[in-house]
Design a binder for this molecule. Structure first.
Ligand code: ZN
Length: 358
């Protein structure tokens, strides 16, 4: 993945003719606070900075959003204690942990967060409450070069928050798995064999997901692989799988777009001839519903980017279940055949004993 994606995102934003596109300039080497340096290398070093726990003790892991919790649980395979921090169904982009999370963090050996400026309040709480021996691992920041960050309408470069949704892209999720494995093996070498084999089995499942997304996407003519979504959670996916993001509607402050922006979107949807537009289950949008009504386009409002299906303990309450659901939903709504995806075996590779706050 290279920098042209930034250009593509900006082009897509410009087509929408929305008011605030933000800049499209390269951000290489600058983090959200404008500081320069090797951000990716620093994040990777922080991931691997945790101390080895005493043999015979249990690794205490804290995670942020539920998809990351599910991925970590599959690799840990019941050998670690995993506590999610961000409740499912809440806006993870504005989430502020309650003071009680401080107690969880004080007993944590490693935090797995997404990074790319998604979880700043949780990071702040971790900075003052994590033990000195612990690691704060921002997975996305550690695996994605800064020049591959995507900025767009919902995540304008001026706002300093890149689009953080790496996990909806199976190719990037596979990089998360490798890094999580390396961190667990370093901090808890007594269970290295299990972590390594769980990670291999899980990577194989993500590879199957990746192949199924490619197969199912190919049942749509290239010109129909277009996404207009409310929540802007599929930008990295689109780049890696040959989809086009027509646009995302949600402004960076999570308010509703202006009437003028809505009028522009209606014109855009009519001219693009898409068959469906997609809302988010976590962010119900009257505006997207209105756009669907006025354009006669099917409005599908069930996509979800970090709220797993069902309840903890359900077979589909998992990262793989979430991805299968989203991409089956998109491809079928756009007129494609998602059989390759719906036939996937999405069962966890290891017991998921993580605590998912609801
Ligand atoms: Zn999101």
């Amino acid at each position: 993945m290279t920098s042209p994606r930034n250009t593509l995102s900006c082009v897509a934003g410009a087509i929408l003719a929305l008011a605030i596109i933000g800049g499209c300039s390269s951000t290489s080497g600058n983090d959200a606070t404008g500081q320069t340096g090797d951000i990716q290398g620093k994040a990777l070093a922080e991931c691997l900075s945790g101390q080895t726990i005493p043999a015979g003790s249990t690794l205490n892991i804290a995670t942020t959003v539920a998809p990351i919790t599910s991925i970590v649980a599959n690799i840990a395979g019941g050998l670690a204690k995993i506590t999610g921090i961000v409740p499912e169904g809440t806006n993870s982009h504005t989430f502020e942990p309650s003071p009680s999370v401080a107690a969880t963090l004080a007993a944590t050996d490693v935090v797995f967060a997404n990074g790319l400026v998604l979880e700043e309040p949780t990071k702040e709480l971790a900075a003052t409450n994590l033990p000195k021996s612990a690691a704060l691992c921002q997975l996305g920041t550690a695996v994605l070069p800064v020049e591959d960050y995507i900025y767009d309408f919902s995540f304008p470069v001026d706002g300093g928050k890149p689009n953080p949704h790496l996990w909806t892209d199976p190719k990037l999720a596979a990089r998360y798995v490798t890094l999580i494995r390396d961190v667990l093996v370093k901090m808890d070498p007594a269970n290295a064999v299990s972590y390594t084999s769980n990670a291999a089995a899980y990577t194989a499942k993500i590879d199957e997901l990746d192949a199924a997304v490619v197969t199912a996407s190919a049942t749509l003519p290239a010109d129909d692989r277009k996404l207009l979504t409310y929540h802007d959670a599929y930008a990295y996916f689109a780049n890696d799988y040959g989809w086009q993001i027509l646009g995302a509607i949600q402004p960076s402050d999570f308010a509703e777009p202006t009437p003028r922006e809505v009028a522009d979107l209606i014109a855009q949807v009519k001219s693009s001839k898409v068959r469906a537009i997609f809302g988010s289950e976590v962010f119900p949008s009257a505006v997207l519903q209105q756009i669907g009504r006025e354009t006669g386009v099917t409005y599908v409002d069930v996509l979800r980017d970090d709220d797993l299906l069902g309840e903890p303990g359900d077979a589909k309450h998992s990262y793989l279940g979430l991805m299968q659901f989203d991409y089956v939903t998109m491809i079928e709504a756009l007129g494609g055949d998602a059989t390759a995806l719906s036939g996937l075996d999405i069962a966890d590779v290891a017991p998921d004993n993580a605590k998912y706050p609801q």
